[in-house]
Design a protein around this ligand. Structure first.
Ligand code: CA
Length: 223
């Protein structure tokens, strides 16, 4: 899962990036509205945290541009405390949720997790596929109740496939959702991550669809 964080206060931006990276996401930062607008228009994010008070282009304008252009990713706006009019403007412009500043990181993270899950069609915090369980709150994976230790990249690959289980996901799509923009990407490494995941999970629920990509299948769906 990959996030865009658009926040112009450098310290808060870094805190947000650190907390989200720690929680298992690939994170891109935008420190002004123009950069945010550009990134959100061109990169596929699983969710966005958008401060409304941004230099060069304010958050409402950024959000309106994205929505007009058909960009449908979940967006959580950060508003100034007690500015109810900001919240209304944010929701009207197409925001999915808001958090007022100052906020608790844990609340923001919980709201983001919920937005990402719902956008992928899951209502509960745990996503299951056969014996595999992904606890989206704790960023943990288990197989038959036994916790499986994964690296950050392996976790992001599996979390993306779990959120989109049953659907074929191309290597390119996986690449775009597990690395931040500064990472030196190599779509061949996806194959390596898939190989390691199959070994660590001890099940072969990750199907290779030749020429197209990978699909996580429920055991009952396998021929
Ligand atoms: Ca600001």
């Amino acid at each position: 899962m990959r996030l865009l964080i658009a926040e112009d206060e450098p310290e808060l931006a870094q805190q947000l990036k650190d907390a989200m990276t720690q929680a298992g996401y690939a994170v891109d930062l935008a420190l002004d509205g123009e950069d945010a607008c550009h990134l959100g228009s061109t990169e596929p994010y699983d969710a966005v945290v958008l401060d409304l008070g941004l230099p060069l282009m304010d958050g409402i304008q950024v959000l309106e541009r994205w929505r007009r252009a058909g960009r449908a990713m979940p967006v959580l706006v950060l508003t100034a405390r007690d500015r109810w009019s900001d919240k209304v403007a944010g929701i009207d412009a197409g925001a999915d949720d808001y958090v007022a500043k100052p906020f608790h990181m844990a609340e923001l993270q919980a709201r983001l997790r919920a937005l990402i899950r719902r956008a992928a069609g899951h209502s509960s915090a745990e996503i299951a596929c056969g014996p595999i369980r992904l606890d989206t709150n704790a960023a943990r994976v288990s197989v038959d109740g036994e916790e499986v230790r994964l690296t950050g990249h392996e976790f992001r690959v599996l979390a993306y496939l779990m959120h989109h289980k049953g659907r074929v996901v191309s290597r390119m799509e996986l690449t775009e959702h597990i690395y931040d923009q500064d990472f030196d990407r190599d779509s061949n490494t996806i194959e390596v991550f898939i190989g390691r995941l199959r070994k660590k999970l001890g099940t072969d629920l990750i199907e290779t669809v030749r020429g197209l990509g990978y699909r996580l299948v429920e055991p009952a769906d396998t021929p």
